[in-house]
Structure formats: C-alpha cells, structure tokens
Design a protein. Structure first.
Length: 75
C-alpha cells in the first residue's frame, strides 16, 4: 500500500458515499493510523471528537484500529 494520507482517506469516504452506501466505521491499521495522526487536520478532528480513545471519530465515522499494519477500509 502506498503511504496513507488524509486526502486519500477523504477520497475513499466520498467514493463510498457516491456509490449510494452509508459508511458507519473506518477500519484503520495501526501503522496507517500512526501516519494519519501526523497530519494536523486528521489529528485535530480525531483528538477533539471524544475524550475516550475508543469513541473517537473522523468525519462522524467511528474509528476502529486493527492489528493489520496497513489496513484502510470503510464499513
């Protein structure tokens, strides 16, 4: 997988919605999550979405950190 960035994630979410699907959850591998957290836009939104790390969201989508290193999926 290429280096993850917020623009790519935003594009994935938009494509998911354009296909008439309603996204509920982001499945993000722990290494991808680490890369995304280096982006100020992503980290600010995630860190301010909830005090509890298990309830954090990005663009109103729940984030689930997975053990897969480079996973980036939408459910």
């Amino acid at each position: 997988m290429k280096k993850a960035n917020v623009a790519y994630l935003d594009e994935m979410i938009d494509e998911f919605k354009k296909n008439g699907q309603k996204p509920n959850k982001l499945l993000i591998g722990y290494k991808v999550y680490s890369e995304l957290m280096n982006d100020t836009k992503f980290s600010n939104e995630v860190l301010h979405s909830a005090l509890d790390a298990n309830k954090r969201k990005y663009k109103k989508l729940k984030i689930k950190i997975t053990q897969e290193e480079y996973q980036l999926n939408i459910e």
